[in-house]
Design a protein. Structure first.
Length: 202
């Protein structure tokens, strides 16, 4: 019998977070969404697969990617149109780089306005004129009025999702030239079980 690990952290007194959109319900996106929700944010997780959305809604799990993790309360949807009807304080994008541009373009064209974005996507994305560019450059192209930063490991997704029981406790690095953005990341993600360190090197 496999042991079930809960993503619902022990008591960690802190003020509630904001409204956060997380794009991508793979292991990394789900883990970040769980961390945000456990720290008090109202999280909307966008997933490509309807079965993942149903699993989160009915069972508080994403067994396709984090099968032994019980998730804290969050919303999930496959409908991009639903995302533009709600105002979010920030967006975390954790979509595989091969599919990121299509989703970013669709949300831009639907009128999504977002002031702060954290890229948790690994790799490069295609440049419109050919070749490839950093995810932060791509996000800056499609959301020119947004502040963009990078959120990365070194911890693994399952360690982040189960941070209250992981030893040592997981960490992440947020990188941006915007000090307000890095401070926002620490406010939204940090807990006694999960630390976020700042860097200005993007």
């Amino acid at each position: 019998m496999q042991t079930t690990v809960s993503a619902l952290k022990q008591s960690d007194p802190r003020r509630a977070g904001g409204d956060v959109l997380v794009l991508g319900a793979g292991s990394w996106g789900t883990a970040l969404a769980a961390q945000l929700a456990s720290c008090g944010s109202q999280v909307m997780l966008w997933a490509r697969r309807e079965d993942v959305v149903k699993d989160i809604a009915e069972n508080a799990r994403n067994t396709a990617y984090l099968k032994d993790i019980s998730l804290p309360r969050m919303s999930a949807t496959c409908d991009l149109n639903q995302l533009v009807t709600r105002r979010f304080d920030c967006m975390v994008t954790a979509i595989p780089s091969a599919f990121s541009i299509d989703i970013w373009m669709a949300l831009r064209d639907k009128g999504l306005e977002i002031s702060s974005i954290f890229s948790a996507t690994k790799g490069l994305v295609k440049h419109p004129s050919g070749g490839y560019e950093l995810c932060t450059d791509g996000l800056g192209r499609y959301f020119p009025d947004s502040s963009v930063g990078v959120l990365s490991g070194p911890s693994f997704a399952v360690e982040v999702a189960a941070s209250s029981t992981a030893s040592p406790h997981p960490t992440a690095i947020v990188a941006s030239g915007d000090a307000h953005l890095t401070a926002l990341a620490r406010t939204l993600f940090s807990s006694r079980y999960f630390r976020v360190y700042e860097s200005s090197d993007t």
